[in-house]
Design a protein around this ligand. Structure first.
Ligand code: FMN
Length: 191
């Protein structure tokens, strides 16, 4: 069975993003062996001088190398994260920085960086409080995920998003979640 690595950055109890993601991961687990990292269970450190010095001396914690290798080897990558401060939560950025490891997720020639990750497809699942669509200039999560995908050599990015969640009635929110699941399931069957 092919392997899928799932980065769950749903940080709130009762997360709406997680409801969509849970349904889609269940669907994908019919075809993929899924490994999940739940970022709310971790406190990845901010990358600064101490970590950079350790890296320069060839040291990276085994646990981080182990996770980064799994990301690099996965056939598919899924990220779920709510829309926070016009992007995704910093927990995800910090995690990605800790996984951005030379000779694991990316490498470099004399001229440029290139990716070492195998996944040809990436799925990003989100919900947004405001009525901001994927690709809007105010939506700064997707551009970053595309950019890190380029660095790491990840393939095509697909996005499942529900918007205006904070300005909709409970019934409308439920309908948006169900619609996102339906759209996502169709996408997942070809993912
Ligand atoms: C800390 C925080 C920051 C947020 N920032 C934004 C924002 O900048 N733009 C926006 O549209 N919604 C923002 N929201 C609203 C969330 O995107 C929205 O409620 C989303 O559906 C929450 O997803 P969740 O239920 O999975 O946590 C923010 C919510 C929180 C808790």
């Amino acid at each position: 069975m092919k392997r899928l690595f799932y980065i769950d950055c749903c940080l709130r109890n009762g997360s709406k993003t997680k409801r969509i993601a849970d349904a889609l991961i269940e669907r994908l687990s019919e075809r993929y062996e899924v490994e999940t990292i739940r970022l709310s269970d971790y406190d990845f450190p901010v990358v600064k001088d101490d970590i950079l010095n350790e890296r320069s001396n060839g040291f990276v914690p085994d646990e981080y190398v182990h996770i980064a290798r799994k990301i690099a080897a996965a056939d598919r990558l899924v990220i779920s994260a709510p829309f926070w401060d016009m992007s995704f939560p910093s927990a995800l950025k910090v995690f990605l920085e800790n996984m951005s490891l030379f000779n694991v997720t990316f490498a470099s020639s004399e001229k440029e960086c290139y990716g070492l990750c195998k996944a040809e497809k990436v799925l990003y699942i989100t919900t947004r409080g405001m009525n901001i669509k994927t690709g809007d200039v105010l939506e700064q999560a997707t551009p970053y995920i595309k950019a890190i995908s380029k660095l790491w050599g990840l393939g095509e990015l697909h996005v499942i998003a529900a918007e205006n969640m904070d300005y909709s009635t409970a019934e409308q929110v439920e309908e948006k979640i169900q619609n996102a699941i339906k759209e996502g399931e169709t996408l997942c069957d070809a993912f």
